[in-house]
Design a protein around this ligand. Structure first.
Ligand code: C2E
Ligand code: MG
Ligand code: MG
Ligand code: MG
Length: 282
């Protein structure tokens, strides 16, 4: 049967595009008011240290709690806000929420953890934004080594950005922040590239662990962990869901695990509750 484009399909296509644009337009319109109302919320997901089985830190992940649509996940709005630059404001907001949380832990004498935040590649195009992060960290008097900047490896998409990013990593360290390479191995970087950047942490992308029984995959993971050790970086395995993955990673000296096997990202108070129970159970 020959496929022909009928009139109906054409109209359907138009509607899909229009719908998409309408959706993007709506989300854009809502951005400012949602930010003011606190509809963007800080969720935390633990990183568990494999040596001690203690919670070693948490990653800050944004959730948009929409009054009618319910929870919206980052994949539905981050790409849009990256296009129009709103992501920079959002990243600063989440960073400030993370600082407030650490300040609260310190003031209340609660266990204090490192929080890592995601920085969009947008921060590395155009004007320098690091001063704004630094000012917020100072405002909340956060010991800077409790804050970690996650740079996704997709920022290294061309040679010109590599030099800029190297300079920015240097400045982050001067400001006292820790720095991690996120989504390592998801496509853009090579093992050689890892050596180029002076990062404190390598976060290995989830896709490495999907087929953890395959000898090839195992060898690759072992190499990354070994190489990271050589350059003095810690390793985090992302997206770990199963116990057999945990025992393999513990056996090869991976430092930390982040994944559903321990906990999903949770609102701050639920995260705190989870962390208390987890610690008590160890
Ligand atoms: P990411 O930084 O690599 O964060 C890890 C993602 O993996 C999170 O998705 C997390 O919920 C998910 N994850 C964690 N453990 C597991 C697991 O065991 N299995 C599976 N299937 N997934 C797991 P999330 O929260 O949907 O965020 C997606 C991405 O959006 C993040 O990837 C990050 O690149 C971006 N993002 C999130 N929050 C922010 C933010 O505040 N600013 C910026 N610029 N980007 C953000
Ligand atoms: Mg991340
Ligand atoms: Mg990641
Ligand atoms: Mg990832």
């Amino acid at each position: 049967e020959r496929s022909t484009l009928r009139e109906g399909q054409c109209v359907f296509y138009d509607m899909a595009v229009t719908q998409q644009l309408k959706k993007e337009w709506e989300l854009n319109e809502l951005f400012e008011s949602s930010l003011k109302k606190g509809d963007f919320q800080l969720y935390l997901q633990p990183k568990v240290s494999l040596g001690s089985r203690q919670v070693a830190g948490a990653e800050a992940l944004v959730r948009w709690i929409h009054p009618e649509k319910g929870m919206i996940y980052p994949s539905d709005f981050i790409p849009l806000f990256e296009k129009n630059g709103k992501i920079c404001q959002l990243d600063l907001y989440i960073f400030e929420e993370a600082c407030k949380t650490i300040r609260k832990w310190i003031d209340n004498g609660e266990p204090v953890l490192t929080i890592s935040v995601n920085l969009s590649r947008r921060h590395f195009q155009g004007e320098d934004c690091l001063n704004a992060f630094y000012a917020i960290a100072r405002q909340y008097r956060i010991p800077r080594d409790l804050l970690e900047m996650e740079l996704t490896e997709s920022i290294f998409f061309d040679d010109s950005t590599i030099e800029i990013v190297k300079g920015q990593i240097h400045r982050m360290h001067e400001m006292g922040f820790r720095c991690s390479l996120d989504d390592f191995g998801s496509g853009y970087s090579s093992l050689g590239m890892m050596m180029e950047f002076d990062v404190d942490v390598i976060k290995m992308d989830r896709r490495f662990f999907l087929d953890i029984d395959a000898p090839k995959a195992r060898k690759l993971i072992v190499s990354i962990v070994r190489l990271a050790k050589e350059i003095g970086a810690q390793t985090v395995a992302e997206g770990i869901e199963a116990e057999d993955q945990v025992s393999f990673l513990a056996g090869i000296g991976c430092d930390m695990i982040q994944g559903y096997v321990f906990s999903k990202p949770r609102p701050v108070s639920e995260f705190e509750q989870w962390a208390r129970e987890f610690s008590a159970a160890q």
